[in-house]
Design a protein around this ligand. Structure first.
Ligand SMILES: *Cc1c(COP(=O)(O)O)cnc(C)c1O
Length: 393
């Protein structure tokens, strides 16, 4: 089937919720993607911060193929080996005591909100149900997740949403202090905001929220779906702050592209949740869990994380050296980088694509650069050269 036929069929048969770029991607290898015309692209967005080990990593592919030929699905009514293997890894390398698996980021946040609600109700009754979220937040597209997502265009067409949600300006501890009180059940935020424009929480802000949650008996939920699992050059983004949450959600890179989500929580919260309280037919399937074990074992290596931190620094330094008149700010941590422009980024994304570089936006005027965590300085040099051309006018 030729490219134009695919694009036309998409227009005819598929819900039009995405404005897809007019290329048809056919194959991936490492940091490269290839389209049906044989054009090669340097992928500096990783399928939205997902392909941490690059495309079709041989070890992931082998593990998936072997597991698919051994056992694919049995439901959560039985024990399986990869499920426990992955859970043990996540618990042993985090603040958490237990894990609940699901199938996406939105689902992980839904589950986190449900767990927080039940925990708070058991402790203090129905009145303790309020949730505090922040400006610039993105937590997913299901009803609970959009209720705590800031952008009104994502929320308002679907009103009424969860009651008892309020938003404070991100990094504004004074306002958060006014909004967090005895009726607060949970506070949810991304330690480094992704969709919202690549904004990192300040250390005072995260520490302050931890104190406020402790004072008012509320749970602190970190959404590390985009910034977690090595992306910032640390296994968990919150490690840089020496603040731990009560609940953390993961998804995007965890199985290098297969659908998975995870909710990590302390025993204090987990103890409020029992059999029948939550579930999922597909979650924790042997194939995704095997893939995630391979991802986790690689990404959690100290040398791997050190390379992410170093390459992230290098990328930001090279971007700053561009000295384009359109660049207002270069920010981010590790390989989650934002380049704020004084012009809309959409034409820059299209121009980069024409030059064989895939990147995305984070809002209207921020370029988001999130390459596979395996990139090298050579890849970074190539990407920066392309961006120089695209920002020249
Ligand atoms: C992508 C994302 C989500 C939603 O994940 P889905 O898998 O698309 O449902 C939630 N939170 C953050 C921070 C994200 O980046």
């Amino acid at each position: 089937m030729d490219k134009q036929a695919i694009i036309e069929a998409e227009g005819r048969y598929v819900m039009q919720t995405y404005r897809r770029a007019d290329i048809v991607l056919e194959r991936g290898e490492g940091v490269y993607l290839y389209d049906t015309d044989g054009q090669r692209y340097l992928d500096f967005m990783s399928g939205i911060a997902v392909a941490a080990l690059g495309h079709c990593d041989p070890a992931v592919t082998a593990a998936v193929a072997q597991q698919a030929a051994t056992l694919t699905h049995v439901s959560n009514l039985y024990h399986t080996i990869p499920h426990v293997g992955l859970a043990r890894r996540l618990v042993e390398h985090s603040f958490a005591d237990r894990v609940f698996f699901c199938n996406s980021g939105a689902e992980a946040n839904e589950g986190a909100l449900k767990f927080a609600r039940k925990w708070a109700r058991a402790r203090a009754g129905e009145g303790k149900h309020e949730i505090v979220a922040f400006s610039g937040s993105f937590h997913g597209r299901t009803m609970g997740a959009i209720s705590v997502t800031y952008k009104t265009a994502y929320r308002e067409p679907f009103n009424p949403l969860l009651p008892g949600v309020c938003f404070a300006p991100f990094n504004d501890l004074a306002t958060a202090r006014e909004l967090i009180g005895p009726a607060t059940c949970a506070v949810i935020l991304e330690p480094v905001q992704g969709e919202g424009g690549i904004h990192a929480a300040t250390p005072e802000f995260l520490r302050g929220l931890r104190e406020l949650c402790d004072r008012h008996g509320a749970l602190l939920i970190f959404d590390e779906i985009q910034c977690g699992l090595g992306r910032t050059g640390r296994l968990w983004a919150h490690e840089a702050y020496a603040v731990t949450p009560d609940i953390m959600t993961l998804a995007k890179p965890l199985a290098n592209g297969l659908p998975i989500g995870a909710i990590l929580l302390t025993e204090k919260v987990a103890a409020a949740i029992g059999p029948g309280d939550h579930g999922s037919t597909f979650a924790a399937g042997p194939v995704v869990c095997r893939a995630a074990e391979v991802v986790f074992d690689r990404v959690s290596q100290p040398e791997f994380l050190a390379a992410v931190a170093e390459n992230g620094e290098y990328l930001r330094r090279r971007l700053r050296e561009l000295e384009s008149k359109h660049i207002v700010d270069v920010r981010g941590t590790g390989l989650l980088v934002g380049v704020e422009l004084d012009v809309p980024v959409a034409p820059v994304l299209a121009a980069a694509r024409k030059h064989g570089l895939l990147i995305i936006n984070a809002g209207d005027n921020v370029l988001r650069i999130a390459p596979p965590l395996i990139v090298t300085k050579d890849h970074i040099d190539t990407a920066v050269d392309i961006l120089r051309e695209c920002l020249a006018t």
